[in-house]
Design a protein around this ligand. Structure first.
Ligand SMILES: Nc1ncnc2c1ncn2[C@@H]1O[C@H](COP(=O)(O)OP(=O)(O)OP(=O)(O)O)[C@@H](O)[C@H]1O
Ligand SMILES: [Mg+2]
Length: 145
């Protein structure tokens, strides 16, 4: 786990510029952290670096948005308003995971159903300082520990 300080929006943009080229179809990015900590902002930047022209907005009312104009589809989920885990099954996310890059805000609300993740990022904002914990997939943590 690595904690990276994000004092300015540009720092978050730079981090997205660094991470986006490492992502490939099938990858799942879990985005943890409280309200307003920067999950959607980060996703917007990843979308931009993937070449998506469309405006990326928070999908909290619809749970899932799909953006197709870039290199690969980007699936942006926000599970904040998920009522029960069955709702996630209804979205059919398991069929789509392999075809694009999936970024999931509030993933802990469906943790048991999510099959795997590539990278987990937990954003922090205490009113003064912003940072993010970057956590690689569990299997790698085991491998390197
Ligand atoms: N260093 C920074 N990194 C990211 N966002 C920043 C930074 N500094 C300021 N901001 C601002 O903080 C806000 C973060 O809001 P954002 O919608 O990304 O939060 P969120 O984690 O998605 O919240 P929610 O749980 O409600 O979906 C944005 O308005 C963004 O412009
Ligand atoms: Mg958000």
């Amino acid at each position: 786990m690595k904690n990276i300080e994000l004092p300015t929006e540009q720092d978050t943009i730079d981090l997205a510029a660094y991470i986006t080229p490492l992502l490939k179809p099938g990858d799942v990015v879990l985005l943890g952290g409280d309200l307003g900590s920067g999950k959607t902002f980060f996703t917007k930047q990843v979308g931009r670096f993937l070449g998506i022209q469309e405006q990326i907005d928070s999908p909290s009312f619809v749970l899932l948005k799909e953006y197709n104009c870039g290199l690969y589809p980007l699936y942006h989920l926000d599970l904040y308003r998920l009522k029960d885990e069955g709702e996630l099954l209804d979205l059919g996310i398991f069929d789509m995971l392999e075809s694009g890059i999936t970024m999931i805000e509030w993933p802990e609300l469906a943790e048991k159903l999510l099959p795997y993740y590539t990278i987990k990022m937990v954003f922090h904002f205490d009113g003064l300082k912003r940072s993010v914990d970057v956590i690689p997939a569990e299997e790698y943590e085991v491998y390197f520990s």
